[in-house]
Design a protein around this ligand. Structure first.
Ligand code: SAH
Ligand code: DHB
Ligand code: MG
Length: 221
């Protein structure tokens, strides 16, 4: 099996499980047109995030790493009336594209985007008493994963679902000698998880149209 076949299988699965969605197609096209990196979650991963948010009956969701808002839209659509997604983004261009996309999706009233480095905006959320969140999706700069994990625990309650994207990175996570600070961020995060009695975690490998990667999924105890 090759990356081409992973993409073909994703297309097949998406045709089986996902409704055609002109808004999300426009959102993805707007991200590409603005020159954003092609690192949004895939459609079937986005739907998984939305399903998990619904299973969790989440009314308060936190996302770290907005990019053009593709995953945020899946998460925000899963909220009931009155629910809220707070999403954190450091790059002004990404934030601008995301805000346009939230308007496009009719979700601007449910999503609050905070522009700034997440390690600056997370303490503000704590100070404002915005937690605890029912679900937290960590998908920003990978070197900060250990710090984001620690913030997630501060902003969680028993029962919060925490998902961390990109924990396999094409298999590079196995390379103990790596000098890639993104891979090191993932390795350091994964080394923390079993020592942390406040979470019960697993991690799974994924393949698909965005290559070979994985997600860590954990429940706060
Ligand atoms: N969750 C998005 C993809 C996020 S890509 C989706 O699936 O649709 C990672 C994002 O994290 C990028 O937009 C990047 O600008 C942002 N980012 C990087 N460093 C950051 C930081 N220190 N604080 C907040 N966001 C950051
Ligand atoms: C990267 C970030 C992501 O969120 C992703 O899904 C893939 C790659 C990166 O920074 O390399
Ligand atoms: Mg990601």
């Amino acid at each position: 099996m090759t990356p081409e076949s992973w993409t073909a299988v994703d297309q097949y699965l998406n045709a089986c499980c996902l409704a055609p969605d002109a808004v999300l197609d426009d959102v993805a096209a707007a991200c590409t047109a603005a020159g954003l990196p092609e690192i949004s979650v895939t459609p079937n991963q986005g739907k998984l995030l939305g399903l998990l948010a619904r299973m969790q009956q989440a009314t308060k969701i936190l996302e770290i790493g907005t990019l053009g808002g593709y995953s945020a839209i899946w998460l925000a659509r899963a909220l009931p009336a009155g629910g809220r997604l707070i999403t954190l983004e450091a790059e002004p261009l990404h934030a601008q594209v995301a805000r346009e996309n939230f308007r496009r999706a009719g979700l601007e009233d449910r999503i609050e985007l905070r522009l700034g480095a997440a390690l600056d905006t997370l303490p503000q959320l704590e100070h404002e008493g915005r937690g605890p969140f029912d679900m937290i999706f960590i998908d920003a700069d990978k070197p900060s994963n250990p710090a984001y994990f620690s913030w997630a625990l501060k902003l969680a309650r028993p029962g919060t679902l925490v998902i961390i994207d990109n924990v396999v990175r094409g298999g590079d996570v196995l390379d103990a000698q790596t000098t890639d600070d993104k891979v090191q961020g993932v390795q350091r995060l994964l080394a923390l998880i079993n020592k942390e009695p406040r979470v019960s975690a697993t991690a799974i490998q994924t393949v698909g149209s965005k290559g070979y990667d994985g997600m860590a999924v954990m429940l706060v105890e």
